[in-house]
Each structure stands twice: as C-alpha cells, then as structure tokens.
Design a protein around this ligand. Structure first.
Ligand code: ZN
Length: 331
C-alpha cells in the first residue's frame, strides 16, 4: 500500500485499476447517491467500469455532497453498505462544507495505512517520543494515533487543552516529534514564545496536518516555524476525502498519495483533462477519487483547488507527483 519506495508508475497504475474496478462494482450495485447521479447522466450501471472509463463519469462537487446531506438527513445517501456496517460517523466542525463522513472497519484501517506512509516518510520510529495535541482539526486526522503506535514510537495525546498546557506537556515529556493541525501547532508556538521557552526545548520535528488550501508549502512554511526549518512535514487531508498529500522533507511541496487516490488535473473552465508540459508539469484544478473508502466514496471530486503538479524526481526517491503550488479557485 505504501508508495514511499521508488515503485514504477505502472505499479501504481495497476493498483489503482484493481481498486477502482472494485470500488465501482460496489458503488454501482448499492450506493444510492452515485447510482442516482450516474443514472441521470446516462452512465450504464450494469457493466464493469475501469480507469479508462473515468472521463465518461460526471464530476462530483462539494455542493452536491452538501445538498445530499440536507436532502436526506441524518446520514445522506452516499453510502454503499447498510448503516450497520459503519463504525464511525464524523461530524465536521461548524463552517466545514461537507458535514459528515462515515467509515467501515476496512476504511478506518485505510486511514491508518495512509497515515503510516506519512509517519514512515517523516522518519518517525521506535524510540522516538511523539506528542499529539488533539483539537477539532485533529479529529479529522483519524488514524494518526494508531499509525504512530504501529511505528513503535511512544505517543502522548492530549485533547482540548489550552496551548500553554501543551507546551508544558511537551517539555515535561521530552517529545522528539510534534504532530498537530496547523491551528494547534501555531497556537503552541505562540504560547511557547509567551512563556519564554527556548525553542531548543521544543521537539526537533513537526508534522503539520489539516493545512488550509493555499498555505505556502516548502521554505515559506518552514520559515513560519523557524524551529523546524529542516524538519517540517506538511500533510493535506480532508475528512470526506482522506490523507491525500504529504511532504517528504526532501523537496518543496507535497507528494500526492497516488496509490490510494486517482489524481486528475482539469481545466476549471470546461472540465477537460489538462496535459503536462515538456517539464512534466500540470496546471489546473485538482480532481480526486479516493480508493480506500468504498463505503462513503468521493469519485472525481472537484476540489476547487488550483494546483501546479510536477513529476520531476524528488531526492527522497519517490516517483509520485508532487504539488508545488496550490490555491483556492474561489479566491
Ligand atoms: Zn520526496
């Protein structure tokens, strides 16, 4: 499952094809939301659908997901299994576009696997001490706690404490690594300054997740946290999509989790696929399909995020494409 090793693009493609055919088989059988959507669009529901058919499927928009929730409370209709198969319902904080998402035991394990790629990429391992300040953003980061434990590191998690208490806990626990949402990490850094804490007493490494679209990646992000100039690992995730991007610390930007997501880049004006230029760079709107959450999938979701992607070699050896720049199309 992990795409950190220098696998070939054809291996990723084969994995995507298998997962996508299985996803579509299940969805076309029993997912009310997508069956209705595809039926209206004239997509035949009775045949096998593979990646070569992807461009024939209509996009999904956030507005559609929101309207579906509003129209069929309490759980919406984007579910592939009977409700009894689900073990987790996530309600996003007020203001988030998509209200709820659901996991089965299998997709809960998928979150852990996706996080394990991040943890491995950031070099978090047995013998290290990891501090996890949990807040509303962190709850969207399901699986991170289990993934850190799986790596064999010693983890201390604390929920809903003021930033000053987190700083005290970090110092008392001699944490090597801090993993938190951007909001939590920024709060903690501010509190440490207010308390006059020497930055050397803070962990030597930080994993920052739940980054809002448009937050600068690479050097500007690291400058934001001078303590972690050379050890800052950004992570892009959404509760209704999954952990879809992460920085490896060896280049700017974030790798896309291409073994777990089908990534497309389109012209936002007409929805047509954007081809790469000679430098293998793509510019356009990011469209994502998650492969590990068939019970509550997003298929060809228009993210509303304008990206610049590259396949130029990364010093970490991973060949998946990277996001070099991103911004919100709405802004
Ligand atoms: Zn890399």
């Amino acid at each position: 499952m992990h795409d950190l090793k220098p696998v070939e693009p054809c291996q990723i493609r084969a994995r995507q094809e298998r997962a996508f055919v299985e996803l579509m088989r299940r969805v076309l059988e029993t997912n009310e939301f997508y069956r209705r959507k595809y039926d209206e669009a004239g997509v035949p529901l009775q045949r096998q659908v593979g990646i070569s058919d992807l461009s024939q499927l209509p996009f999904t928009t956030v507005d559609e997901l929101v309207a579906d929730f509003a129209g069929s409370e309490p759980d919406g209709s984007n579910r592939t299994h009977p409700m009894s198969r689900y073990i987790r319902r996530y309600r996003a904080p007020a203001g988030a576009a998509v209200a709820c998402s659901f996991d089965t035991a299998e997709s809960a394990a998928w979150w852990v696997e996706c996080w394990s790629s991040v943890i491995e990429s950031a070099g978090i391992e047995r013998g290290q001490r990891v501090y996890l300040p949990l807040d509303a953003g962190s709850l969207a980061a399901w699986g991170v706690l289990e993934a850190v434990q799986k790596a064999g590191a010693l983890v201390e998690a604390a929920i809903d404490r003021p930033p000053e208490e987190h700083v005290e806990a970090l110092r008392a626990g001699r944490a090597d690594v801090l993993i938190g949402s951007l909001q939590a990490v920024e709060g903690l850094v501010e509190a440490s300054k207010d308390l006059g804490v020497d930055s050397e007493e803070l962990p030597s490494k930080v994993v920052v997740h739940s980054l809002p679209v448009g937050v600068s990646l690479g050097a500007p992000l690291r400058r934001r946290f001078t303590r972690w100039h050379s050890a800052c690992y950004p992570v892009a995730l959404d509760h209704h999509i999954g952990v879809w991007g992460y920085g490896c610390g060896r280049s700017t930007g974030m790798h896309l989790h291409e073994s777990e997501f089908i990534v497309e880049v389109i012209d936002p004006a007409d929805g047509s696929a954007v081809a790469s230029d000679e430098q293998e760079t793509w510019r356009g709107e990011l469209v994502l399909t998650n492969l590990g959450r068939p019970g509550n999938p997003v298929i060809r979701l228009r993210t509303g995020t304008q990206v610049v992607l590259t396949r130029q070699a990364c010093r970490c050896g991973c060949i998946t494409r990277r996001i070099e720049e991103w911004s919100s199309l709405a802004s």
